[in-house]
Design a protein around this ligand. Structure first.
Ligand SMILES: [Cu+2]
Length: 125
């Protein structure tokens, strides 16, 4: 009985560890120094900069920081989303494969101006 409890605890802790490290991997597994980095900050209810221009086919790393509370960052056209938490840097890699203007927006409810919290990625040739 004691042994079963111990095994259960170990399995649960292991699962938590895997989930935690996978989450870190999903948002930060980018080799540093290789690609251009674009910094974006988020606060109620804006991103700075609110517009970024990227070149088609050139990969960049977006480094996102929340300044005041939890926010989200979602770019549906590129299949990208991240959770932004104060004190943490979320990294996402983007390879813009088509030109145009693509909206990014906050998808974590953050208050009265949440619906308007958005910006644009402009991809040029
Ligand atoms: Cu929001």
């Amino acid at each position: 009985m004691k042994r079963t409890i111990m095994v259960t605890i170990i399995v649960v802790l292991g699962a938590i560890g895997i989930a935690t490290s996978w989450r870190r991997f999903a948002t930060a597994a980018v080799p540093p120094g290789a690609e251009q980095v674009v910094h974006i900050t988020a606060k109620r209810f804006e991103y700075t900069p609110s517009e970024i221009t990227l070149k088609k086919g050139v990969p960049v790393i977006l480094e996102l920081t929340a300044l005041d509370r939890d926010h989200g960052f979602k770019v549906p056209e590129f299949g990208i989303r991240a959770d932004l938490k104060p004190g943490e840097v979320a990294r996402v890699r983007i390879v813009p494969d088509h030109t145009g203007r693509f909206e990014f927006r906050c998808d974590v409810f953050c208050g009265d101006g949440h619906e308007d919290m958005a910006g644009e990625i402009v991809v040029v040739d």
